[in-house]
Design a protein around this ligand. Sequence first.
Ligand SMILES: *Cc1c(COP(=O)(O)O)cnc(C)c1O
Length: 236
Amino acid sequence: MTAPDSIPDIASNLAEVQRRVLKAASDAGRASSAVTLVAVGKTFGPERIEPALVAGQRVFGENRVQEAADKWPPLRSAYSDLRLHLIGPLQSNKVKRAVELFDVIETVDRPKIAKALAAALGERARQVSCFLQVNTGAEPQKAGVLPEAADDFIGFCRDDLALPVRGLMCIPPLDEEPSLHFALLAEIARRNGLDGLSMGMSADFDVAIAFGATHVRVGTAIFGARAPRAASTAQA
Ligand SMILES: *Cc1c(COP(=O)(O)O)cnc(C)c1O
């Protein structure tokens, strides 16, 4: 547990991450505007989020619907141009709530959720776009469609359900070389004509940008280390 008096210098962490994003983009011959930094503030309260907002950061990620509902409405009133991404698993009974809270849902991972999302979006005018999550490492405990099922799932979401699919998202296995997974995700997106690639976290966002990431999801490098969550707590 981090003591309140050891709040890191979030503005300077953020500036350093932004500098690395620009460098990685420029090294890869990509425009800096091609990469969006999604600041992942999960587990942290407004005392750590606000310094990032004050420093100009406007795109944030949360992995739980309830936590976002508790935390973000007051911040949204103060910063009307902020954009919130859901980056954690979504259950069908929380889809309606999720489309009220989030601008981008990055974790559409199965037909049931895709259908529930299409129905919820049909009922409201708010613009919400989505990424489809691919389980590039075929890990049994991890969400996402398997790579071999990705083309069909993309077609189903985009053509049958008319979901606003911006791209693909992955979380590589912890113990494997992430670049293999970034390359695989980029290849699936390319052959399906999708531009968006949400990949790369604190440990590997530079590599992800070299492989074409359009969205990097960075928590620890900006906000500091998180206290571990209780393992039994329900997801999203
Ligand atoms: C927590 C989380 C991140 C950020 O991870 P860091 O290693 O702290 O940068 C990125 N993506 C997802 C899906 C997460 O749950």
